[in-house]
Design a protein around this ligand. Sequence first.
Ligand SMILES: NC(=O)c1ccc[n+]([C@@H]2O[C@H](COP(=O)([O-])OP(=O)(O)OC[C@H]3O[C@@H](n4cnc5c(N)ncnc54)[C@H](O)[C@@H]3O)[C@@H](O)[C@H]2O)c1
Length: 309
Amino acid sequence: MDRMIISGGNGFLGSYLCEKALSEGIDVTIVDDFSTSNKLNAPPEAHLIKKRVEDVSLDGNYRYIVHLAARPSPEDYIKNPVETLLSNSVGTLKLLEMSVKSKSRFVYTSSSEIYGNAQVIPTPETYYGYVSSWGIRSCYDEGKRYSEALIMAYHRKFGLDTRIQRPFNVYGPKIRYDGPYGRVIPRFIMQAIRNDDITVHGDGMQTRSFLYISDWLEATWRMITKDGIEGEILNIGSSDEITVLELAKKIVETTRSTSKIVHVAGRDDDPQRRSADIRKAGKILGWKPLVGLNFGLSKTIEWMREGDI
Ligand SMILES: NC(=O)c1ccc[n+]([C@@H]2O[C@H](COP(=O)([O-])OP(=O)(O)OC[C@H]3O[C@@H](n4cnc5c(N)ncnc54)[C@H](O)[C@@H]3O)[C@@H](O)[C@H]2O)c1
């Protein structure tokens, strides 16, 4: 039986990946410190190690090591900059060392944030990024960039089979919506369901492109299992841009909310536009997103209405 380690496997993306791997007959071990998950999401069939990825050391043979552990919500990582940097520097190093020892395939979730305030839209993988190395978002962006550099160094120096993906704003049921952990879609939906004001940072003309969870999972599974793509770096996202203001209006309309849209202070270094050039993933994985924003939002809203909002 193949074995897989998933760091961050109790989180939003990780828990879907964990279920998929188990359904394919893989023995899954999760390493997660629950720092950004508020409850147990991991299926009981998985082995759970509740620890920081920086502190973990596992012996044994793992066919795959997938590193997702990170603090991806801006409000949260800005408050926890050191922890954010460590999980994606020391944590990445720990898992790479284990991969070399057990000859595992190493798969990493980087982020579209490595592009910073991208000047090329849609952004291809070849774009180097326009990023502050010291600003309030740098703990996340530079952690991801350092990890990419370290992974490519291990690929080149030790011949490790590595794959790096850069997801662009994935959403769907199970995404966390409370407090500083709520990213833009779940935060707007929560505010709309409660008929609270919808808080748009700045003028709302900044754009994002969103990917539904099932599309992310399909792309990720292909990246993990496909032979012959070692060393590849792929954008996993959508090229359909929407302004944050339009998104807020769409969510108010879809939820039939009486919420007002209000503008609050813009965030430092908030990227102005996000759109993924996904031609490379299309060619290499034979993949493209299938779920449109309207359908994905209605599924997410349905799930959140069933929750304890
Ligand atoms: N969801 C997205 O839109 C998106 C976009 C780009 C990149 N990503 C990346 O995908 C990965 C998963 O994101 P997500 O949306 O599932 O977030 P999430 O917060 O739901 O999951 C992250 C998980 O990692 C765990 N974790 C955090 N720091 C840890 C540490 N030091 N040691 C062990 N566990 C730790 C958390 O407890 C949580 O369960 C992250 O690396 C994130 O940066 C996500």
